[in-house]
Design a protein around this ligand. Structure first.
Ligand SMILES: *[C@@H]1O[C@H](CO)[C@@H](O)[C@H](O)[C@H]1NC(C)=O
Ligand SMILES: *[C@@H]1O[C@H](CO)[C@@H](O)[C@H](O)[C@H]1NC(C)=O
Ligand SMILES: *[C@@H]1O[C@H](CO)[C@@H](O)[C@H](O)[C@H]1NC(C)=O
Ligand SMILES: *[C@@H]1O[C@H](CO)[C@@H](O)[C@H](O)[C@H]1NC(C)=O
Ligand SMILES: *[C@@H]1O[C@H](CO)[C@@H](O)[C@H](O)[C@H]1NC(C)=O
Ligand SMILES: *[C@@H]1O[C@H](CO)[C@@H](O)[C@H](O)[C@H]1NC(C)=O
Length: 496
């Protein structure tokens, strides 16, 4: 619980919700820490901007390129023969390994490539990034969300994820920034948005040398949560680097971000509003919070009035990143099994995945050289970052990139309430107004189309949309890839 001292002080409203049962921080909890941590850290920590800024010339990270022969050899070594506990009948190719992004500093990013079972050579390439900051894209993205397998509750065997995104595209999971999950950062250098974007670009250029058949392939970036910072910034950097024509061209076509963390102040405001909208707090409590906490949202000054207002709430223990999901009850470190059919995924899956990924055999199969500490989402030292994300996304839209912001509508960590406000702030012309969209004869969620931007909700999903609503997430992403609008919701007769 070491990491949440400030949160404990500041948000009686959410601490019990978030920290009632589990000791470790997960993706949402780490993000929560960032959202609610005071800006004073900015002054206290002179390293808020990337330490690279001082000795880096015009956004260049100098890393010696590997020779084509070396890359070819490494690529062969990276192929995964078989993952421990993998089910029979796996008909796609998997690779994983390390790409150095800063040799001198011992920084290497770990990747896991899952190719498509059919027509892999003509399908696009998707980069998937989880947030935190500090959470593993392998632990979350690959094994709980869009990857081909889920870990069974024995922590030893895998089962097929029917709605794996590698049926749609070749999916590249990257542990980022350096130091997260299997990715290495020997020196423990402080990360930050700028360094994360720069190293991700270095990674991509070198990775494309290892897998040259993917050069010029239509490329998309997807992810969630704090990747609301990573993704727009990396996309912006890619477009700039492409324009400079000094590095490998990356054929970036679009970005899709789930429950994107893009505006800290409004995110705080919207969390409180969301608890009121979802009947977790009373009208009076919400009115008091709204009246007395605005100063705090904007300036981090946690006044007595705001504290008193927040004290009026009484939320109990629940899963704040899926407010209707059951909790994984673990009082003494023993995971209590729960009904997996609820909310699409076993609420205790974090611990099954962590145990699986840290076993010796699994690490060997993945060619991984260190344990994953992803559940804690905290093995990176990440400074406070100012929010420049809304204008960055707007810039991408202006440049004609295909952008989708989607949102599980029962997440209180980055609630849809804040995403909608961020989009309003972009002042884009609405192309097609708000309407329900169809998935399998049901309302999959709601969608509003703008020029070059789709804003969509996924009904009944929390922070990790593809975990809770795998089919809806799959169809939504499939349409996005094809540049098609989400299908119309069928007419259902109403009986009065
Ligand atoms: C693979 O590509 C071929 C030729 O474009 C096409 O006919 C076939 O339907 C594709 N298969 C799948 C599963 O996408
Ligand atoms: C915080 O707000 C209170 C009440 O408005 C004020 O008295 C105090 O000076 C403020 N503190 C800071 C550090 O601005
Ligand atoms: C809020 O609740 C905490 C914990 O019960 C208490 O210590 C604190 O004095 C309360 N603050 C106000 C302003 O009522
Ligand atoms: C942990 O708690 C469970 C149920 O509450 C109990 O069955 C188990 O024996 C406990 N384990 C330890 C190591 O105390
Ligand atoms: C890695 O994790 C395994 C399983 O949890 C544990 O037994 C081992 O001691 C860990 N190794 C290191 C170097 O932390
Ligand atoms: C959408 O992209 C096109 C370029 O493909 C651009 O001309 C247009 O201005 C963009 N729309 C907005 C609202 O930025």
């Amino acid at each position: 619980m070491k990491a949440i001292g400030i949160s404990l002080l500041l948000i009686s409203i959410s601490t019990s919700a978030l920290f009632g049962t589990n000791e470790a921080l997960n993706e949402a909890q780490m993000l929560h820490k960032i959202i609610w941590s005071p800006r004073q850290s900015e002054d206290a920590n002179p390293m808020i901007f990337s330490p690279l800024a001082a000795d880096t010339d015009a956004n260049e990270i100098v890393t010696e390129p590997l020779s084509p022969e070396e890359q070819h050899k490494l690529r062969k070594a990276d192929q995964i023969t078989k993952l421990p506990g993998q089910p029979e009948g796996v008909n796609f190719v998997q690779y994983s390994g390390y790409i150095p992004v800063n040799k001198k500093e011992g920084r290497e990013l770990f990747y896991y490539l899952v190719e498509s079972p059919q027509n892999a050579s003509s399908k696009p390439l998707i980069l998937w990034l989880n947030g935190g900051p500090g959470c593993s894209s392998l632990g979350y993205g690959a094994f709980e969300e869009v990857g081909p397998f889920r870990v069974n509750d024995d922590s030893k065997t895998l089962k097929i994820n029917k709605y794996a995104w590698n049926k749609l595209a070749n999916v590249l999971f990257v542990e980022s920034p350096a130091g997260v999950g299997y990715s290495k950062a020997i020196d423990g250098q402080i990360n930050g948005d700028e360094l994360t974007a720069l190293e991700s670009h270095v990674f991509l250029v070198s990775w494309l040398d290892r897998f040259p058949e993917y050069k010029n392939r239509p490329f998309f970036i997807a992810g969630e949560s704090y990747a609301g910072h990573y993704i727009p910034q990396l996309a912006d950097l890619i477009l700039n680097k492409n324009a400079m024509k000094k590095t490998t061209f990356i054929n970036l076509r679009g970005v899709a971000i789930g429950n994107p963390y893009i505006d800290k102040i409004d995110n705080r405001r919207s969390q409180d509003e969301y608890y009121w909208r979802r009947e977790f707090i009373t009208d009076e409590c919400y009115q008091a919070i709204k009246r007395d906490c605005e100063v705090y949202y904007q300036t981090d000054n946690f006044t007595t009035a705001c504290e008193a207002a927040r004290n009026k709430s009484n939320l109990g223990s629940f899963d704040a990143y899926n407010i209707y999901a059951p909790l994984c009850i673990s009082s003494n470190g023993t995971v209590k099994k729960t009904d997996e059919t609820e909310m699409g995924i076993d609420p205790c899956i974090d611990s099954f995945v962590e145990d699986y990924l840290n076993s010796k055999e699994v690490k060997a199969a993945f060619h991984a050289e260190q344990n994953i500490t992803w559940w804690s989402c905290s093995n990176v030292n990440y400074p406070y970052e100012p929010d420049t994300t809304v204008p960055t996304i707007k810039k991408l839209i202006t440049k004609g990139l295909r952008v989708m912001l989607y949102s599980g509508d029962i997440d209180s960590i980055v609630p849809f309430t804040t995403t909608r406000k961020s989009v309003k702030a972009m002042q884009l012309p609405v192309k097609k107004p708000w309407r329900p969209w169809n998935c399998d004869g049901q309302v999959g969620g709601f969608v509003e189309e703008y020029e070059n931007l789709t804003l969509a909700t996924v009904r009944g999903a929390g922070h990790q949309v593809p975990s809770n609503q795998p089919m809806r997430a799959y169809y939504m992403f499939s349409n996005f890839l094809q540049g098609k609008p989400l299908p119309k919701s069928p007419f259902v007769p109403r009986y009065d």
